[in-house]
Design a protein around this ligand. Sequence first.
Ligand code: GDP
Length: 296
Amino acid sequence: MFDSLSDKLGAIFDGLQKRGALKEADVTAALREVRVALLEADVALPVVKDLMGRVKARAVGAEVLRSVTPGQQVIKIVHDELKETLGSDGQGLNIHRAPPVPILMVGLQGSGKTTTSAKIAKRLTERDKQKVLMASLDTRRPAAMEQLKTLGEQNQIATLPIVEGQTAADIAKRALQAAKLQGFDVVILDTAGRMAIDEDLMAEVEQVRRIADPAETLLVADSLTGQDAVTTAKTFDERVGITGVVLTRMDGDGRGGAALSMRAVTGKPIKLVGVGEKADALEDFHPERIAGRILG
Ligand code: GDP
């Protein structure tokens, strides 16, 4: 679907002098292609502009190394700057607190919030040997509560028993209390989603956050929705404050532009990525891989 950026840049620099310093005209021509590639990958325009400025400043006048072609050298600079924008890897979950440690999951309906709650619970259980309790706070959609319960049963993770007629705040309190009494290390609170951000949703999430005082408030966003995912993250962060992002559907054919904008626009780290529907399809975030994917 996409021509490789490396090929395009190779063509631009083809026939140009292979040694000496990179000239401004050549760099500008190359960056035009890079810019198109980034916009095609759905990176937000201000982020593209900022990145281009930094690449240009580093590339113009740089000595061409003997071991690489000018095209490869520009790509390396772009690659480094992409990685810088994406942030560092190894940002694990912060669960270093007296148990039970609350983790709040927020995001729009369909973003993968419930699936991701189960994925995180499974990883914390199996890899980190934590005793995890999950609770659904989605009082408007009984199906969502059942979904979490089923995921719990399938993956041997405890879920808070469903009690009808309670508010999200009531359920959060009950979950924290149960976790304390029953010796759970981590309690994952899966808040309700909506098709779009609305005042009710924000007020509810805000209230639950005050009650739970979570160690992590993770915004789950669908990477395939591109810049909409970034806008959602920004809005949630401004309103309730998030500590990190989980980008789902990174197994899809998106180019990763959302990841790049996410960090630059919200300033919050991408902590994990979802790479499939199964409960173990969760990975740490690796900027290196995303940078490679964006460059094609
Ligand atoms: P919620 O409404 O935000 O709780 O979303 P769900 O957890 O119900 O997920 C919606 C759909 O997306 C389900 O069919 C999930 O299996 C699917 N899903 C979630 N995460 C991923 C992912 O990383 N990759 C893929 N391919 N599908 C995902």
